[in-house]
Write a protein that binds this ligand. Sequence first.
Ligand SMILES: Nc1nc2c(ncn2[C@@H]2O[C@H](COP(=O)(O)OP(=O)(O)OP(=O)(O)O)[C@@H](O)[C@H]2O)c(=O)[nH]1
Ligand SMILES: [Mg+2]
Length: 241
Amino acid sequence: MRRALIVIPSFNEARALPGLLAELHRVATTLPQQLELLVIDDSSSDETGEVALAHGARCIRLGSNLGIGGAVQTGLRVALAEGFDCAVQVDGDGQHLPSDLGPLLAALEGPDAPDLVVGSRFLRATGWQSSSARRLGKRWLSFVLNTFCDVRVTDPTSGFRAFGPRALQLFSRSFPYDFPEPESLSMARMAGLRHLEVPVEMRARATGQSSIGGLVPLYYMTKVTLAVLLSRVRNARRLRA
Ligand SMILES: Nc1nc2c(ncn2[C@@H]2O[C@H](COP(=O)(O)OP(=O)(O)OP(=O)(O)O)[C@@H](O)[C@H]2O)c(=O)[nH]1
Ligand SMILES: [Mg+2]
């Protein structure tokens, strides 16, 4: 049976985790893969770590806050070191639906499987609502990725992703530190990896606080656009190494 590590980056998500972990345990019994749940507690100031353990997940508590990139990369390194066949990022805020794990994992199977499967909110009509600023931002990032990096993607900021063996290798070595999603798509392309999008649904955050508020979107768009463009001039051979 194939083993999948569910990597759950969590920063102060003690209130969201019980429901999410219960749902993940339930879904795990219905899938052909063997799932293991790993919460990465990104140096939270609430009870995230205790809640994770109390609800049947493994937990790594980071000694200092590494941000979403460092938290996810920690999980991917565990998956690689422990011989998992693949890993899936499921955010600890409960926005990613465990019921979509089946299609994400299924897309990684088979002889012609991609290396990275990205869950997209925009491939089918869902109830997903985002602000017009966010929609514009997504459109801009899709344009930049498409035009300069030859990456075709409808949901460039989706963190709901399944990583196959080659993606685990690549991102265990190098993964962007913050707002990693668009840049990591460009890195994957440069390293010769293939990605595929599958339709998923996401729900709004029920508790906790988003990292993207105030003036952060401005920083986000500038940083991510530059990072995506600069990733084009990175040494492709080093990424493939
Ligand atoms: N805010 C924040 N989240 C982190 C950090 N480290 C890990 N995470 C987790 O990373 C996941 C994604 O963070 P979010 O702030 O929800 O970012 P997002 O989903 O892109 O933004 P929203 O759509 O506004 O929720 C959540 O499960 C967080 O708990 C961190 O340092 N800061
Ligand atoms: Mg979120």
